[in-house]
Design a protein around this ligand. Structure first.
Ligand code: SF4
Ligand code: SF4
Length: 441
């Protein structure tokens, strides 16, 4: 039997637009905008003031506690201001604006390259936190937190997430094809930090060249399995991947470490390797720019903080029938009304959809067809949750396990009545979070 999970959907993957397009480096623009909130947890705290000169790689905001991450200047220049700016999540958020030195060679200050072999696991974890590494698959959870499981929890296996099941995106694909040795080096460092002897890299079968490259470069002294996975959405969701690789279910309310695994995105693994190769923190990331609405679909290495408008201009601009700019993919991504929104650490791609991709469809009443139940990978009842969300019955939503919903969009995708179920669940989750914060305050 092929490794996979139960339920799920099969949207067209549309990866042919960029799957074989080699990575290019995006040039530095006049300005980068660095939100203080680019990760799950507490926002970073600025340590620079307007007028300060910074070099590429300098800390501009410090982590605020353990579940937080520092932010580094992605380009040399002068701090222009610290204030509100459009954030990819649709809100306005505090951000540091840097006017980029036009003629700077963008060479970072000389820095210590940590020799990972001589470090204790705690020192490796500290180096990962200091470098501002977060999950690059979209969730942006600080990586160092996953590397420090509580003492009473035993982690046996590191699972590397190379599934990249979201349509259009080829960020992880190109990382695995172009930097397979770096991926293996990152796995080596992570295995040491976690004290595990086994790693599995899960890759969907629609990336045969990535599978081939990873197998060809696999180090002989490590137990690393390259596992081809069934092409199905959302194969890359943490719980689905764990089920496909180990056959284990992560119980509701529990974490992957409770079933003995830690999952890390392949892009984050490659970035960890870079920290121990160059000493440079996370100041750039790989971004797929795709969709039929952009002239030159590309895979780019982009300085964090580059604005969407600049990235799209570099890719030839928009097609006349472009209708929507989405950060992430069409299933879980967020539409961006403002092209000044910057690329953050968690931005996997920019997908530009056209009129053909986004036909107007009227929302109709639920016909109780049950398709959403068959699609939901965590076995929820999206139809019923939708009715409760519409009625604003948040307590009942909690009782019906809304907390387990990953907002994967599979239910919305199959619904013949065009009910925006996952969007309704996202709003309900936000309302619940707000209500809880109020109660605590
Ligand atoms: S969005 Fe939530 S309810 Fe809908 S299919 Fe995904 S996990 Fe299930
Ligand atoms: S797929 Fe849509 S119409 Fe069918 S049961 Fe679910 S919510 Fe109702």
């Amino acid at each position: 039997m092929r490794p996979t999970f139960r339920h799920g959907v099969h949207p067209p993957d549309s990866k042919e637009l960029t799957a074989h397009v080699a990575l290019r480096r995006m040039p530095y623009m006049d300005e980068v905008v660095l939100p203080l909130r680019q990760h799950a947890g507490k926002p970073a705290v600025p340590v620079v003031r307007p007028g300060d000169r910074v070099q590429r790689g300098d800390v501009v905001a410090e982590a605020d506690g353990f579940v937080s991450s520092p932010v580094h200047a992605s380009a040399a220049g002068v701090v222009k201001s610290i204030g509100w700016w459009p954030h990819p999540d649709g809100s306005m958020a505090e951000a540091i604006r840097i006017a980029v030195d036009r003629y700077s060679p963008q060479i970072p200050r000389p820095r210590m390259v940590p020799r990972w072999e001589g470090l204790t696991p705690q020192q490796v974890v500290q180096a990962v936190q200091d470098a501002g590494i977060v999950g690059l698959g979209g969730a942006a959870f600080p990586t160092h937190v996953k590397l420090l499981p509580p003492k009473d929890v035993r982690v046996e296996t590191l699972i590397v997430n190379g599934a990249e099941c979201e349509p259009y995106l080829t960020t992880d694909h190109r990382t695995m094809v172009e930097y397979p040795e770096r991926v293996h080096f990152g796995v080596r460092v992570m295995m040491k930090a976690l004290g595990v002897t086994r790693a599995v890299i899960g890759v969907e079968r629609n990336k045969p060249d990535a599978i081939e490259r990873l197998i060809a470069t696999r180090p002989s002294d490590l137990d690393i399995t390259i596992l081809p996975l069934t092409v199905k959405y959302p194969q890359g969701a943490e719980k689905m991947l764990i089920h496909a690789v180990t056959g284990r279910e992560v119980p509701s309310g529990k974490l992957p470490m409770h079933v003995g695994v830690v999952v890390q995105n392949v892009g984050s693994i490659a970035t960890i390797a870079e920290v121990f190769e160059t000493g440079l923190p996370l100041v750039e990331r790989i971004v797929t720019v795709s969709g039929r609405g952009v002239r030159r679909p590309s895979n780019l290495i982009v300085p964090v903080g580059t604005k969407a408008r600049d990235v799209l201009d570099f890719c030839g601009g928009l097609m006349p029938d472009a209708t929507e700019i989405v950060f992430g993919g069409p299933m879980m991504g967020a539409a961006q009304p403002d092209p000044e929104t910057p690329i953050t650490k968690g931005t996997t791609g920019i997908v530009v959809l056209t009129r053909r991709d986004t036909p107007r469809a009227e929302t109709l009443p639920c016909i109780r067809c049950g398709r959403c139940l068959e699609a939901c990978p965590v076995f929820l009842n999206p139809s019923q949750l939708g009715l409760l969300a519409q009625a604003g019955r948040y307590d009942d939503l909690e009782a019906m396990h809304l907390g387990d919903c990953m907002l994967c969009g599979s239910c919305s995708y199959v619904c013949p009545s065009n009910i925006p179920l996952s969007q309704m669940f996202a709003l309900s989750k936000m309302a619940l979070k707000k209500a809880r914060t109020k109660v605590v305050a």
